[in-house]
Design a protein around this ligand. Structure first.
Ligand code: F6R
Length: 366
């Protein structure tokens, strides 16, 4: 059942080239530069004119929502707010029939997310779901939706469900861009052509597994860890930190790299590992200066870099390479090494990676 892997989590990490591919199947047409999402096609007109989108979710699904915010705002130019379902439901949110709410949930059973959907529905919003478990509760109470098709996720720590959620949000952002004309047709062709290659690039990213296991040896006894990134690297940092804390019980924090100097920098010393998302994209130079700030204080730096990068390599203690890709798809690749890093650290610490203490696969109580 674990397909030769020692744990479900590792099996599910390795399934990602396939699960991301399955998620895109029949939905992208690179040659035509077209995205087709049958689940929400009845709302094409509403999407053309909508003035605001609100995303509600919990945990890892909320991190996927933050990636969605970057993508939808960048490509479809629609303002997006991302809220924890548990906060949204208790704070009399301003929401009306003009809004579209996107609820994200792997299990489709999370109590807080369901309650937030009910509240938004009462106020007349249109609700889309992004769920993995077919026929679960959330898809039954939403107006429309897009399944992630990642297949059953057994490991309590979400891995392939996260990348599938990000894939659906990418498809939604490009679909909205297509409806609204905010991305040129020729750019849609090239973006979809590159998206089609992402499963192959995920496969390449998985090849760093052995190297990551060696890096894990060096950090298995740490009691804290910081994860820093900018732009869509920030939600990736949050997700990396969540993975590490939930399965290895090491205290970890994700931060936007620029926020470091507003507090967390006080924590940096020779015992503090800092994981940077330092790939070659629009924030590369800025991230490099953040790395310098950490090195000046003797922090230990592990950097996720673009294949072939030499500048960052010379500055840091360890690098993990991922293939170059369009900045829009960075979260789909940069998340992979972070999943592997937390997996190996947790195994080395003797933790039960598939069933971490105090956690349940679906949180059906508030
Ligand atoms: C983290 C994790 C949780 C879930 C959260 C929401 O690895 O699994 O943070 O993401 O409980 O669950 P769903 O997506 O089922 O609503």
């Amino acid at each position: 059942e674990k397909g030769g892997f020692e744990h479900f989590m590792l099996k599910e990490i390795y399934e990602q080239p396939r699960s991301v591919r399955d998620c895109m199947r029949g939905r992208i047409y690179p040659i035509e530069g077209k995205v087709q999402l049958g689940g929400i096609k009845d709302y094409a007109d509403k999407l053309k004119n909508v003035e605001r989108i609100v995303v509600i979710a919990c945990g890892t699904s909320w991190h996927a929502g933050l990636v969605g915010e970057y993508l939808i705002e960048e490509y479809a130019r629609i303002p997006v707010e991302v809220e924890y379902a548990s906060e949204f439901r208790y704070r009399n949110p301003i929401i009306s029939e003009k809004d579209i709410v996107i609820a994200i949930s792997q299990s489709g059973e999370t109590a807080d997310t369901m309650a937030a959907i009910e509240l938004a529905k009462e106020r007349g919003a249109t609700i889309f779901g992004i769920c993995n478990v077919v026929g679960s509760s959330i898809p039954r109470i939403t107006d429309a939706g897009v399944y992630t098709h990642a297949g059953p996720e057994i490991g309590v720590a979400s891995t392939k469900a996260f990348t599938a959620q990000v894939t659906v949000l990418t498809l939604m952002a490009l679909y909205m861009a297509q409806q609204r004309g905010t991305v040129k047709q020729s750019d849609l062709v090239s973006m979809l052509t590159e998206l089609d290659e992402i499963p192959t690039l995920i496969e390449q990213a998985l090849k760093s597994d052995e190297k990551i296991a060696e890096i894990a040896e060096k950090f298995k006894d740490s009691s804290n860890c910081l994860f820093l990134g900018r732009g869509s690297g920030f939600p990736v940092a949050l997700e990396g930190a969540l993975k590490l804390k939930e399965i290895s019980y090491i205290h970890a924090e994700g931060y936007p790299a620029a926020e470091m100097k507003h507090g967390p920098i006080a924590l940096i010393d020779e015992d503090m590992p800092v994981v940077f998302i330092a790939t070659k994209n629009s924030s590369y130079e800025k991230v490099i200066s953040n790395i310098q700030e950490v090195k000046a204080r003797k922090g230990k730096v592990i950097a996720i870099v673009t294949e072939g990068d030499k500048t960052v390599k010379e500055m840091v203690d360890y690098i993990i390479e991922i293939p170059a890709c369009n900045e829009a798809y960075l979260p789909l690749l940069a998340t992979i090494p972070l999943q592997l890093l937390s997996y190996h650290i947790a195994v080395l610490r003797g933790c039960n990676v598939d069933q971490p203490r105090n956690l349940a696969k679906s949180v059906t109580v508030e």
